[in-house]
Design a protein around this ligand. Sequence first.
Ligand code: ADP
Ligand code: MG
Length: 225
Amino acid sequence: MENRLKKSDTLNVVGELAAGIAHEIRNPMTALKGFIQLLQGEMQESQAMYFQVILSELNRIDSIINEFLILAKPQAVKYSKVDVTTIMKETVDLLTAQAVLYNVQFETYFDQFLSIICCEPNQLKKVFVNLIKNAIEVMPTGGKIVIRIESKDDKNICISIQDEGVGIPTGKLKKLGEPFYTTKERGTGLGLMVSYKIIEEHKGFIKVESVEGVGTTFHIYLPVQ
Ligand code: ADP
Ligand code: MG
């Protein structure tokens, strides 16, 4: 319990700081990207590669900033009653192209029940995207991702995302959700932190089960209305 409290305290401080910085960086970033793109049109072919690198690095900064902005005290978060299954179906559609590219198949099991919860649909979609992308990324040679939405009791629903990836060593489980914890060469280590934060704000929680060499399942518990 103590551990959980500490984590969310850290998240609040990090969140406020990050949001401030992110806002400040965003405007000059937009200007930089714009002018780089203008210059790109006038460049000789030999230099075009440099511009590709500059643009791709700027895009990377952009995505880090966007993750951080989600941590900001939400300006106008609009909670509404939405069917989680619909949000998940939209997310799966969104990621199908990427999955095909990685030779990954989705398998979905959605309970026949009204999975309506009070939520901010875009934020919830962000969580689903983050977790499914992670699942895709840990299966470099392809595999299967099983997505389930189940009614746990009349108070909770559980959304689970199961992969056949490398798994997470038991000793590393507690590091999940820490800012900048990543094992990927080009990772940001922000996706899970943002996801934990969003689910916490929805009064839910995330549980992780993992067996090394077998796979990992992320369970998201959310209260129903
Ligand atoms: P990133 O994807 O940029 O590394 P995340 O916050 O999304 O950042 O994930 C942090 C780390 O958690 C990953 O680098 C990886 O080590 C671990 N992780 C997350 N999801 C999975 C998964 N499904 N299987 C194995 N490891 C995972
Ligand atoms: Mg990630």
